[in-house]
Design a protein around this ligand. Structure first.
Ligand SMILES: [Zn+2]
Length: 187
């Protein structure tokens, strides 16, 4: 009992087909090779096609040719720029400091409530051997004295005032003006 609805018959494809087929872009067919103008470059008469397009649609002609040239040109420029920035500058080598300022610095640091350590730096700037200097201080002040770092001597005890007299006396090349008292420092 099912009501069978008959199909409406053959679809009317043929009737409306042509009018419904509308491309979003209006294709321009070349007057020379009869192909869409974008295919003109494949035509054996490509040069003639160009001429035809130039006359019949100058805007499109310009557009097509500019795009091609523009892209190529920019590409080359970009590559050049990248190449230029990539070629890094050579590292500038700074000359080593040969002549450090000649200066002796004396400072004092407190080891505990009663004990101080006097620190002398800069003797090497006068080309004085740190070990020999430490020995000299130990003999002079009858105390412990040792090389405690690069161009640094630690003397057990507070001998700051004595150093002001002793250093120029022991090494006449050291002027008192070259000695700086840094006072108490924390270590
Ligand atoms: Zn053509």
């Amino acid at each position: 009992m099912a009501a069978v609805v008959e199909s409406q018959g053959p679809a009317k494809i043929g009737e409306e087909g042509d009018s419904q087929v509308s491309y979003p872009l209006t294709l321009l067919y070349c007057g020379v090779c009869t192909m869409p103008v974008e295919y003109c470059e494949f035509s054996p008469e490509a040069e003639k096609c160009k001429e035809w397009l130039k006359e019949n649609d100058p805007d499109l002609y310009d557009e097509m040719n500019q795009v091609a040239e523009g892209v190529g040109g920019m590409d080359i420029n970009d590559k050049d720029k990248k190449r230029q920035t990539r070629g890094g500058r050579g590292k500038i080598k700074l000359p080593k400091k040969k002549n450090a300022p000649k200066k002796i610095q004396i400072s004092r640091t407190q080891r505990n409530k009663k004990k101080y350590v006097t620190i002398v730096t800069g003797l090497a700037t006068f080309e004085i051997d740190s070990k020999k200097a430490a020995k000299a201080f130990a003999q002079k002040f009858s105390c412990g004295s040792s090389v405690s770092g690069d161009d640094e001597i630690s003397i057990q005890g507070d001998v700051t005032d004595d150093l002001w007299d002793f250093i120029p006396e022991k090494w006449p090349e050291i002027d008192e003006d070259s000695i700086e008292d840094l006072g108490d420092v924390k270590r």
